[in-house]
Design a protein around this ligand. Structure first.
Ligand code: UD1
Ligand code: CA
Length: 466
């Protein structure tokens, strides 16, 4: 039977986080803690997932709304890990196969380790395989008891262990692969006759051994993989490990990270070859960056699609933008959601854009706000241009045709359309549409009063004169 299901234990509150938010929903490298074990189980072949929830059940459940392979079992009172699995059992009643059991707060577990465990489990015809590792200080963990044949005969919790058992350094990770038939039968028969008065999942090992079933251990070579998160210090430690993994993957795939310690690239991030990421860059929210881009220091990119050969200069913030090839942005530019920049667009310093499309080769080089606008190709937007898109009640659109030259310090009071090839004189406040191929000047006439300053200095100017 090759079917694999997974049970993720996540009912605990996580008291040591000292938080109003349930532990498994804390952000780790851009995604809630629980998503890591869930995804590792999925990648290892689990086609069905039951998450055992208790504290802030709705918060966890709503994160997975609409995901077909996810089901939720409520454990109203946390009476132990065995009780938690018993709560999940009704949702897997008709399931036959292997059940992976993971903890929602053990995020560094990899697909490879889980797959290795499943394989070894099958090869040995085991009823239970427990993932173990050796640690320098086993305090707090369940200790692995084995017979001469190397089979696991039991797991003893810290509080129930004898002095001798406490010296055992091989510990229970809390991650298992168990045959479904045995598992659900066993958890139904657990007792809470132990130091903590809890239903211990670990007791299923002794039960299996007593029934003559095979229990083995699978060894996790890297103890960090089974590190549980209990407080924010451990959360930060796990984040550092995860970031290192992500960054090393990108580097192996041809991305240059000038300082891998300060590249904050979330797990969903895709980056093309020969792209260079400078220090202190943050990329999040399933952003995609093309090949041969340069992302300068202190750039923030969220939910963006960026083409090839794009340069994003220092200090720029890009959110929800689509950027085509060979575009240059910044320094200190702000692209807001709904921005689409076609090939070879140039956005300079202190330029903010929102809900605009800018055609091929168009430029806004300095100090400009462009919102709710459609801008053609080959357009030059002068320094200090503002699309006045908001009248205090509603937003209006500005439409600018191809090859328009907008002089400096122009206000385009929307709704307004500027036809192709037109020129808007510097300092204009444009309130009416401009036809194609036209010059628009909308500013007050200049008056020169010759000699005025000199007369004032000489006191020859009368008060009534201005
Ligand atoms: C458990 C193991 C221990 C192992 C350790 C690894 C048992 C009895 N002991 O310890 O051998 O070394 O994990 O971390 O299983 N949970 C629930 N409902 C409950 C209790 C726990 O959902 O009623 C969840 C928690 O949210 C957590 C996970 O199960 O995600 C482990 O619980 P925790 O209390 O940390 O583990 P221990 O019982 O201390
Ligand atoms: Ca406990």
């Amino acid at each position: 039977m090759n079917a694999i299901a997974a049970i993720i234990l996540a009912a605990g509150k996580g008291t040591r986080m000292k938080s109003n938010l349930v532990k498994v929903m804390h952000d780790l490298a851009g995604a809630p803690l629980i998503t890591y074990p869930v995804n590792a189980a999925r990648r290892a072949g689990a086609s069905r997932m039951v998450v055992v929830i208790g504290h802030q059940a709705e918060t966890v459940q709503s994160h997975y709304a609409g995901q077909e392979d996810m089901a939720f079992a409520l454990q109203a009172e946390q009476n132990g890990t065995g009780h938690a699995v018993a709560c999940a059992a009704p949702l897997l009643r008709e399931f036959q196969g292997k059940v992976l059991i993971l903890c929602g707060d053990v995020p560094l577990i990899t697909e490879q380790t889980l797959s290795g465990m499943v394989l070894q489990h099958g090869q040995h015809g085991a009823a239970v395989t427990v993932l173990t590792t050796e640690v320098g200080n086993p305090h707090g963990y369940g200790r692995i008891l084995k017979n001469e044949a190397g089979h696991v005969t039991g797991i003893v919790e810290e509080k129930d262990a004898t002095g001798e058992q406490r010296d055992i350094r091989e510990i229970n990770s809390g991650i298992y692969c168990v045959e479904s038939g045995f598992l659900f039968d066993a958890v139904a028969g657990l007792s809470r006759d132990n130091a903590q008065g809890e239903y211990y999942l670990t007791d299923i090992i002794r039960m299996a051994a007593e029934r003559g079933l095979t229990c083995i251990s699978h060894h996790a070579a890297d103890a960090r993989e089974v590190m549980g998160i209990n407080d924010r210090v451990q959360l930060a430690e796990a984040e550092a490990v995860l970031r290192r993994r992500i960054n090393e993957n990108h580097m192996r795939e041809g991305v240059t990270l000038r300082d891998p310690n300060t590249a904050y690239l979330d797990p969903g991030t895709v980056i093309g070859r020969d792209t260079v990421i400078h220090p202190q860059v943050h990329v999040s929210g399933n952003s995609v960056l093309g090949e041969g881009c340069v992302i300068e220091p202190s750039v923030v990119i969220r939910n963006c699609r960026i083409g090839n050969g794009v340069t994003v200069k220092a200090g720029s913030v890009l959110e929800g933008a689509v950027v085509h090839d060979a575009v240059s942005i910044g320094p200190m530019a702000h692209l807001r959601p709904g921005t689409e920049l076609l090939d070879e667009v140039r956005i300079g310093n202190f330029v903010e854009t929102k809900k605009i499309v800018m055609g091929k080769g168009s430029k806004a080089s300095h100090l400009t706000y462009l919102g709710d606008a459609s801008i053609g190709s080959g357009v030059n937007i002068g320094c200090g241009t503002i699309t006045c898109n908001y009248d205090g009640v509603a937003k209006h659109r500005t439409i600018i045709g191809d090859n328009v030259f907008v002089g400096s310090d122009v206000q385009l009071v929307a709704p307004v359309t500027v036809g192709s090839n037109s020129l808007i004189a510097a300092g204009s406040t444009v309130t009416r549409d401009v036809p194609a191929d036209s010059l628009a000047i909308a500013r007050s006439q200049q008056v020169n009063k010759e000699g005025w300053v000199k007369e004032r200095a000489q006191g020859t100017r009368r008060k009534a004169q201005d």
